[in-house]
Design a protein around this ligand. Structure first.
Ligand SMILES: [Zn+2]
Length: 316
Protein backbone atom coordinates (compact mmCIF):
# COMPACT_ATOMS: atom_id res chain seq x y z
CA UNK A 1 0.00 0.00 0.00
CA UNK A 2 2.73 2.39 1.03
CA UNK A 3 4.73 1.51 -2.09
CA UNK A 4 1.77 2.29 -4.36
CA UNK A 5 0.86 5.50 -2.54
CA UNK A 6 4.25 7.18 -2.83
CA UNK A 7 4.64 6.83 -6.61
CA UNK A 8 1.09 8.18 -6.97
CA UNK A 9 2.01 11.27 -4.94
CA UNK A 10 5.15 11.70 -7.03
CA UNK A 11 3.08 11.46 -10.21
CA UNK A 12 0.58 14.05 -8.94
CA UNK A 13 3.49 16.33 -8.05
CA UNK A 14 4.91 15.96 -11.56
CA UNK A 15 1.53 16.68 -13.14
CA UNK A 16 1.07 19.79 -11.03
CA UNK A 17 4.61 20.94 -11.94
CA UNK A 18 3.99 20.41 -15.63
CA UNK A 19 0.85 22.58 -15.52
CA UNK A 20 2.15 25.87 -14.16
CA UNK A 21 -0.07 28.89 -13.53
CA UNK A 22 -0.80 30.74 -16.71
CA UNK A 23 -0.87 27.53 -18.73
CA UNK A 24 -3.78 28.90 -20.79
CA UNK A 25 -1.47 31.67 -21.95
CA UNK A 26 1.07 28.99 -22.92
CA UNK A 27 -1.69 27.35 -24.94
CA UNK A 28 -2.40 30.67 -26.64
CA UNK A 29 1.28 30.79 -27.69
CA UNK A 30 0.94 27.46 -29.52
CA UNK A 31 0.04 27.19 -33.17
CA UNK A 32 -3.59 26.13 -33.74
CA UNK A 33 -4.36 27.46 -37.20
CA UNK A 34 -6.11 30.56 -35.84
CA UNK A 35 -5.10 34.22 -36.10
CA UNK A 36 -3.34 35.17 -32.87
CA UNK A 37 -4.53 38.48 -31.47
CA UNK A 38 -3.30 40.20 -28.35
CA UNK A 39 -5.65 42.82 -26.87
CA UNK A 40 -4.59 45.08 -24.03
CA UNK A 41 -7.90 45.33 -22.11
CA UNK A 42 -11.10 43.30 -21.91
CA UNK A 43 -13.02 46.25 -23.38
CA UNK A 44 -10.88 45.76 -26.50
CA UNK A 45 -10.53 41.97 -26.29
CA UNK A 46 -14.25 41.19 -25.94
CA UNK A 47 -15.00 43.05 -29.18
CA UNK A 48 -12.11 41.39 -30.99
CA UNK A 49 -13.11 37.92 -29.74
CA UNK A 50 -16.70 38.48 -30.92
CA UNK A 51 -15.71 39.66 -34.41
CA UNK A 52 -13.02 36.99 -34.72
CA UNK A 53 -15.35 34.15 -33.63
CA UNK A 54 -13.85 30.70 -34.17
CA UNK A 55 -11.09 31.95 -36.46
CA UNK A 56 -9.26 34.18 -34.00
CA UNK A 57 -7.50 33.28 -30.78
CA UNK A 58 -7.60 36.39 -28.55
CA UNK A 59 -5.47 36.90 -25.44
CA UNK A 60 -6.20 39.83 -23.13
CA UNK A 61 -3.05 41.19 -21.51
CA UNK A 62 -4.48 43.39 -18.72
CA UNK A 63 -7.26 41.36 -17.16
CA UNK A 64 -9.06 41.09 -13.81
CA UNK A 65 -8.57 44.16 -11.62
CA UNK A 66 -5.31 45.39 -13.13
CA UNK A 67 -5.02 49.09 -13.95
CA UNK A 68 -4.54 49.72 -17.70
CA UNK A 69 -3.23 53.27 -17.10
CA UNK A 70 -0.12 52.15 -15.27
CA UNK A 71 0.34 48.54 -16.45
CA UNK A 72 4.00 47.63 -17.04
CA UNK A 73 5.18 44.55 -18.93
CA UNK A 74 5.78 41.41 -16.89
CA UNK A 75 7.74 38.28 -17.77
CA UNK A 76 6.35 36.67 -20.91
CA UNK A 77 4.44 39.74 -22.18
CA UNK A 78 7.16 40.66 -24.69
CA UNK A 79 6.99 37.13 -26.18
CA UNK A 80 3.20 37.41 -26.49
CA UNK A 81 3.48 40.70 -28.39
CA UNK A 82 6.11 39.07 -30.58
CA UNK A 83 3.90 36.01 -31.19
CA UNK A 84 0.72 37.97 -32.04
CA UNK A 85 -0.31 38.46 -35.66
CA UNK A 86 -2.12 41.60 -34.55
CA UNK A 87 -2.23 43.68 -31.36
CA UNK A 88 -5.29 45.82 -30.60
CA UNK A 89 -5.14 48.48 -27.92
CA UNK A 90 -7.24 51.39 -26.64
CA UNK A 91 -4.72 54.19 -27.30
CA UNK A 92 -5.39 57.92 -26.68
CA UNK A 93 -2.92 57.64 -23.80
CA UNK A 94 -4.73 54.93 -21.81
CA UNK A 95 -1.86 52.41 -21.78
CA UNK A 96 0.81 54.86 -20.59
CA UNK A 97 2.99 52.50 -18.50
CA UNK A 98 6.45 53.21 -20.00
CA UNK A 99 7.40 49.64 -21.00
CA UNK A 100 4.04 48.74 -22.57
CA UNK A 101 3.63 52.09 -24.26
CA UNK A 102 7.12 51.85 -25.85
CA UNK A 103 6.35 48.38 -27.18
CA UNK A 104 3.00 49.45 -28.67
CA UNK A 105 4.13 52.69 -30.27
CA UNK A 106 7.00 51.27 -32.29
CA UNK A 107 5.03 48.23 -33.41
CA UNK A 108 3.52 48.27 -36.94
CA UNK A 109 1.08 45.45 -36.07
CA UNK A 110 -0.33 47.32 -33.04
CA UNK A 111 -3.65 49.06 -33.77
CA UNK A 112 -4.97 51.82 -31.45
CA UNK A 113 -8.78 51.61 -31.69
CA UNK A 114 -9.31 54.95 -29.92
CA UNK A 115 -7.13 56.73 -32.49
CA UNK A 116 -9.20 55.17 -35.31
CA UNK A 117 -12.42 56.51 -33.74
CA UNK A 118 -10.81 59.90 -33.19
CA UNK A 119 -9.80 60.08 -36.85
CA UNK A 120 -13.35 59.36 -38.01
CA UNK A 121 -15.26 61.38 -35.40
CA UNK A 122 -12.91 63.91 -33.71
CA UNK A 123 -15.90 65.93 -32.49
CA UNK A 124 -16.96 63.06 -30.20
CA UNK A 125 -13.65 62.83 -28.31
CA UNK A 126 -13.56 64.51 -24.91
CA UNK A 127 -10.65 66.40 -23.43
CA UNK A 128 -9.94 67.63 -19.95
CA UNK A 129 -7.42 70.35 -19.19
CA UNK A 130 -5.75 69.77 -22.54
CA UNK A 131 -5.48 65.97 -22.17
CA UNK A 132 -7.52 63.51 -24.22
CA UNK A 133 -9.95 61.41 -22.19
CA UNK A 134 -9.26 57.78 -23.20
CA UNK A 135 -12.34 56.15 -21.57
CA UNK A 136 -14.32 55.81 -24.82
CA UNK A 137 -15.71 52.35 -24.01
CA UNK A 138 -17.98 53.88 -21.36
CA UNK A 139 -20.28 54.98 -24.21
CA UNK A 140 -21.40 51.88 -26.12
CA UNK A 141 -22.47 53.89 -29.17
CA UNK A 142 -19.01 55.44 -29.40
CA UNK A 143 -17.02 52.25 -28.70
CA UNK A 144 -19.08 50.49 -31.37
CA UNK A 145 -17.28 52.65 -33.93
CA UNK A 146 -14.12 50.61 -33.33
CA UNK A 147 -15.71 47.50 -34.90
CA UNK A 148 -15.04 48.74 -38.42
CA UNK A 149 -11.31 48.96 -37.66
CA UNK A 150 -11.27 45.48 -36.10
CA UNK A 151 -13.04 43.98 -39.15
CA UNK A 152 -10.67 45.77 -41.52
CA UNK A 153 -7.45 44.71 -39.80
CA UNK A 154 -8.56 41.09 -39.30
CA UNK A 155 -9.59 40.95 -42.96
CA UNK A 156 -6.22 42.29 -44.12
CA UNK A 157 -4.43 39.69 -42.01
CA UNK A 158 -6.77 36.86 -43.04
CA UNK A 159 -8.39 37.85 -46.39
CA UNK A 160 -10.06 34.44 -46.89
CA UNK A 161 -12.27 35.11 -43.85
CA UNK A 162 -13.16 38.73 -44.63
CA UNK A 163 -16.86 37.99 -45.26
CA UNK A 164 -17.02 36.08 -41.99
CA UNK A 165 -15.52 39.02 -40.06
CA UNK A 166 -17.84 41.50 -41.80
CA UNK A 167 -20.86 39.41 -40.91
CA UNK A 168 -19.85 39.09 -37.26
CA UNK A 169 -18.94 42.77 -37.10
CA UNK A 170 -22.47 43.71 -38.23
CA UNK A 171 -23.96 41.35 -35.67
CA UNK A 172 -21.89 42.97 -32.92
CA UNK A 173 -22.83 46.46 -34.09
CA UNK A 174 -26.54 45.73 -33.81
CA UNK A 175 -26.05 44.08 -30.40
CA UNK A 176 -24.18 47.14 -29.13
CA UNK A 177 -26.80 49.51 -30.56
CA UNK A 178 -29.46 47.58 -28.70
CA UNK A 179 -27.51 47.51 -25.43
CA UNK A 180 -26.80 51.23 -25.76
CA UNK A 181 -30.53 51.96 -26.07
CA UNK A 182 -31.43 49.71 -23.15
CA UNK A 183 -28.80 51.32 -20.93
CA UNK A 184 -29.98 54.83 -21.79
CA UNK A 185 -33.59 53.86 -21.14
CA UNK A 186 -32.66 52.29 -17.78
CA UNK A 187 -30.74 55.37 -16.61
CA UNK A 188 -33.16 57.96 -17.91
CA UNK A 189 -35.78 56.49 -15.58
CA UNK A 190 -33.81 58.01 -12.68
CA UNK A 191 -35.37 61.43 -12.00
CA UNK A 192 -33.24 64.14 -13.64
CA UNK A 193 -32.51 65.90 -10.32
CA UNK A 194 -30.98 62.68 -8.97
CA UNK A 195 -28.91 61.83 -12.05
CA UNK A 196 -25.57 63.10 -10.70
CA UNK A 197 -22.58 60.81 -10.28
CA UNK A 198 -19.38 60.89 -8.20
CA UNK A 199 -16.78 58.10 -8.55
CA UNK A 200 -13.07 57.76 -7.79
CA UNK A 201 -11.50 58.97 -11.04
CA UNK A 202 -12.55 60.55 -14.34
CA UNK A 203 -13.61 57.31 -16.02
CA UNK A 204 -17.30 58.23 -16.38
CA UNK A 205 -17.38 61.43 -18.43
CA UNK A 206 -18.33 59.65 -21.69
CA UNK A 207 -20.85 57.66 -19.65
CA UNK A 208 -22.39 60.84 -18.23
CA UNK A 209 -22.68 62.39 -21.69
CA UNK A 210 -24.25 59.26 -23.16
CA UNK A 211 -26.59 58.14 -20.41
CA UNK A 212 -27.05 60.70 -17.62
CA UNK A 213 -27.65 63.94 -19.48
CA UNK A 214 -31.06 65.22 -20.48
CA UNK A 215 -31.72 65.30 -24.24
CA UNK A 216 -30.06 68.43 -25.62
CA UNK A 217 -28.52 69.42 -22.29
CA UNK A 218 -25.45 71.61 -22.88
CA UNK A 219 -24.07 71.57 -19.36
CA UNK A 220 -23.95 67.77 -19.19
CA UNK A 221 -20.41 67.90 -17.69
CA UNK A 222 -22.14 69.04 -14.50
CA UNK A 223 -23.57 65.52 -14.19
CA UNK A 224 -20.29 63.90 -13.14
CA UNK A 225 -17.25 64.60 -11.03
CA UNK A 226 -14.37 62.65 -9.48
CA UNK A 227 -11.57 63.63 -7.11
CA UNK A 228 -8.86 61.83 -9.08
CA UNK A 229 -8.07 62.87 -12.66
CA UNK A 230 -8.04 60.97 -15.96
CA UNK A 231 -5.78 58.32 -14.37
CA UNK A 232 -6.24 57.31 -10.71
CA UNK A 233 -3.45 58.79 -8.58
CA UNK A 234 -4.59 57.88 -5.08
CA UNK A 235 -3.92 61.41 -3.84
CA UNK A 236 -6.29 64.17 -2.85
CA UNK A 237 -5.45 67.87 -2.84
CA UNK A 238 -7.48 70.28 -0.66
CA UNK A 239 -8.74 71.95 -3.86
CA UNK A 240 -10.02 68.60 -5.25
CA UNK A 241 -11.65 67.83 -1.91
CA UNK A 242 -13.43 71.16 -1.79
CA UNK A 243 -14.62 70.91 -5.41
CA UNK A 244 -16.17 67.48 -4.82
CA UNK A 245 -17.85 68.54 -1.58
CA UNK A 246 -19.34 71.60 -3.31
CA UNK A 247 -20.62 69.31 -6.08
CA UNK A 248 -22.21 66.96 -3.54
CA UNK A 249 -23.95 69.84 -1.77
CA UNK A 250 -25.05 71.64 -4.92
CA UNK A 251 -26.68 68.56 -6.44
CA UNK A 252 -27.76 66.97 -3.16
CA UNK A 253 -25.84 63.78 -3.86
CA UNK A 254 -25.76 61.41 -0.89
CA UNK A 255 -23.92 58.38 -2.30
CA UNK A 256 -20.35 57.98 -3.61
CA UNK A 257 -19.38 55.10 -5.90
CA UNK A 258 -16.08 53.27 -5.51
CA UNK A 259 -14.56 51.71 -8.64
CA UNK A 260 -13.72 48.01 -8.68
CA UNK A 261 -9.97 48.45 -9.21
CA UNK A 262 -9.31 51.75 -7.42
CA UNK A 263 -8.62 51.99 -3.68
CA UNK A 264 -11.38 53.60 -1.59
CA UNK A 265 -9.01 55.83 0.43
CA UNK A 266 -9.73 59.04 -1.45
CA UNK A 267 -13.53 58.80 -1.67
CA UNK A 268 -13.56 57.50 1.92
CA UNK A 269 -11.86 60.76 3.01
CA UNK A 270 -14.43 62.79 1.08
CA UNK A 271 -17.32 60.96 2.72
CA UNK A 272 -15.75 61.55 6.14
CA UNK A 273 -15.06 65.25 5.47
CA UNK A 274 -18.60 65.72 4.25
CA UNK A 275 -20.03 63.99 7.32
CA UNK A 276 -17.85 66.21 9.54
CA UNK A 277 -19.43 69.24 7.87
CA UNK A 278 -22.89 67.93 8.64
CA UNK A 279 -23.75 66.51 5.21
CA UNK A 280 -24.19 62.75 5.52
CA UNK A 281 -22.71 60.85 2.59
CA UNK A 282 -22.38 57.09 2.24
CA UNK A 283 -20.15 54.89 0.11
CA UNK A 284 -22.03 52.44 -2.09
CA UNK A 285 -21.28 48.89 -0.93
CA UNK A 286 -20.93 47.64 -4.51
CA UNK A 287 -18.38 49.07 -6.95
CA UNK A 288 -18.77 50.43 -10.46
CA UNK A 289 -16.64 49.01 -13.27
CA UNK A 290 -14.57 51.80 -14.80
CA UNK A 291 -11.16 50.74 -16.14
CA UNK A 292 -11.34 47.05 -15.23
CA UNK A 293 -14.13 44.48 -15.56
CA UNK A 294 -12.92 41.91 -12.97
CA UNK A 295 -14.45 38.51 -13.75
CA UNK A 296 -17.08 40.03 -16.02
CA UNK A 297 -17.13 40.67 -19.73
CA UNK A 298 -17.22 44.24 -20.98
CA UNK A 299 -20.95 43.90 -21.75
CA UNK A 300 -21.77 42.43 -18.34
CA UNK A 301 -19.79 45.20 -16.63
CA UNK A 302 -21.71 47.93 -18.48
CA UNK A 303 -25.00 46.25 -17.62
CA UNK A 304 -24.02 46.01 -13.92
CA UNK A 305 -23.04 49.69 -13.90
CA UNK A 306 -26.45 50.61 -15.29
CA UNK A 307 -28.37 48.44 -12.83
CA UNK A 308 -26.40 49.65 -9.81
CA UNK A 309 -26.78 53.33 -10.69
CA UNK A 310 -30.47 53.00 -11.53
CA UNK A 311 -31.09 51.46 -8.11
CA UNK A 312 -28.77 53.56 -5.93
CA UNK A 313 -29.32 57.01 -7.45
CA UNK A 314 -33.10 56.62 -7.47
CA UNK A 315 -33.06 55.78 -3.75
CA UNK A 316 -31.24 58.97 -2.68
ZN1 LIG B 1 -9.22 55.34 -16.09
Amino acid sequence: MKKLFLPLLALLFLISCSAPRGSSSSRWMQENGKIKVLSTTSQVGDLVAYVGGGRVDNWTLISGDLDPHSYELVKGDGEKVERADLVFYNGLGLEHGASLSALLHKNPKAIPLGEAIRKKSPELILEKEGAIDPHLWMDLSLWEKSIEEIVEKLSTTDPDSSLYYEERGKELQSRMEQEDLQLREMLQKIPSEKRYLVTSHDAFRYFARAYLKEAGEENWEERFTAPEGLAPEGQLSPVDLQAVILFLQKHRVSVLFPESNVGQGVIGKIAQASRDMGFPIRLCTKPLYGDATGDLTYFEAMQRNGELLAEELSQQ
